[in-house]
Design a protein around this ligand. Structure first.
Ligand SMILES: *Cc1c(COP(=O)(O)O)cnc(C)c1O
Length: 401
């Protein structure tokens, strides 16, 4: 492989750029996970996670991908044959409900256009109809990474409450945790699923379940076979800072550092930074004359933007050219939007100049790939980021005098 100078721009919506502080934190000897030092690390990260998920409920950490955390969520709360309500917001919703079906759930999958989030009114209407309370859970992907659409969880919670329905609320926050406002506790979510490699700025390898009292109660009586994913064993060991089997110790060093960084910046500041970057990215897209996949401004994602390619142009061809010429990785179109959209990740360890560099890579890539667009997207993003007006240049002749 030929050396490419400078840093690669990893602008897919996860895995995201891992900051040097986290890389250095991981670069330490692995310790005895049954020894006394480990308990301190264990307790610190388990406690720190509660702050990130904004909850007093326990957060369980698995050595797994986000997909593993999806499975843990299902097998600990539901039984084979249980009816669940899920919504086709995009590819991640498609995959999660497909997993539910393979595990024996009776999934009612509400079709969607991949340009909208979950409609709270639709949730309420469906639950009101369900007099017998046969629906055991509502599954929602908070931030659809395939489309750049964020569903409004507090309104969905309200819809369930309005219907006076006891269904569990299960939410995937793999690409929103620590980048888009999310409150597991206050929003009354029963299980929050997440992963390490997106907003948390870590390498892949950790999966999370934040679990409400109601979810834990469900886990005591549900009938889904499980062993590795069992919450009970985890929760028992976690009390003293330990894990029932070997944890991903070095990733936990990284997690401790990432939590410290997020707390130093302040969660509200982290969310505001992501909102600004989302807004500036959309300003660039608009200037290019291209279209964002998300249709409802209330649902614009702050962690990524999915952009529709003009008719007759292949998104992956453009992505390959941008990678080859400018060393930037952009997200591919997933599932049924393959080739039709590309995605710009702007989450995690990211700042204004990294965004401008990334958008520069997109704009030059569009040009190199012969994709019709208006120039000036980067300028539009700079204008969006710096609200100050541009000082008028001094006339050079006057300046010399
Ligand atoms: C990335 C992602 C996943 C899958 O996580 P893996 O770690 O790849 O298993 C699930 N849901 C959403 C919303 C994601 O963005």
């Amino acid at each position: 492989m030929k050396h490419r100078p400078g840093r690669h721009f990893l602008q897919i919506p996860g895995p995201t750029n891992v900051p040097d502080r986290v890389l250095r934190a991981i670069d330490r000897p692995t310790i005895d996970h049954r020894g006394p030092d480990f308990a301190l690390l264990g307790k610190e990260v388990l406690e720190g996670c509660r702050a990130i998920f904004q909850t007093s409920d326990p957060v369980i950490i698995f050595p797994s991908s986000g997909t593993g955390a999806w499975e843990a969520c299902i097998v600990n709360t539901l039984s084979p044959g249980d009816k669940v309500l899920a919504f086709e917001t995009g590819q991640f919703a498609v995959l999660w409900q497909a997993m539910g079906k393979r595990l024996g759930l009776d999934v009612e999958f509400v079709p969607g256009d991949w340009r909208h989030g979950v409609d709270p009114a639709q949730v309420e209407a469906r639950l009101v109809e369900d007099h017998a309370h046969t629906i055991k859970a509502v599954m929602v992907v908070h931030n659809e990474t395939s489309t750049g659409v964020t569903s409004r969880i507090p309104e969905i919670r309200k819809a369930i409450d309005n219907a006076r329905h006891p269904a569990l609320l299960l939410v995937d926050t793999v690409s929103s945790l620590a980048s888009i406002e999310y409150k597991h506790g206050e929003w009354g979510v029963d299980v929050t699923v997440s992963g390490s490699q997106k907003g948390l700025m870590l390498p892949p390898g950790l999966g999370f379940n934040a679990v409400s009292k109601k979810a834990i109660a469900a886990s005591k009586t549900n009938r889904m076979t499980r062993s590795y994913w069992d919450w009970d064993e985890m929760l028992k060991a976690n009390v003293s800072g330990y894990f029932p089997y070997t944890p991903a110790t070095n990733l936990l060093y990284g997690l401790r550092e990432a939590i410290a960084m997020l707390m130093e910046e302040g969660l509200q500041e982290v969310f505001a930074r992501h909102r600004r970057h989302g807004e500036a990215t959309r300003a660039a897209v608009q200037c290019w004359g291209l279209e964002v996949l998300a249709l409802d401004p209330r649902e614009y994602s702050s962690s990524l933007t999915a952009v529709i390619m003009p008719q007759g142009h292949d998104a992956d061809h453009f992505r390959n050219i941008a990678l080859d010429k400018y060393d930037i990785s952009l997200g591919t179109g997933l599932g049924k939007v393959k080739g039709k959209v590309f995605r710009i990740g702007h989450l995690g360890d990211f700042n204004d100049l990294m965004l401008i560099g990334s958008l520069g890579g997109v704009e030059m890539g569009l040009r190199a790939a012969g994709v019709p667009h208006n120039a000036g997207g980067v300028q539009a993003a700079m204008d969006s980021l710096s609200k100050e007006s541009v000082p008028t240049p001094v006339n050079q002749v006057t300046a010399v005098r």
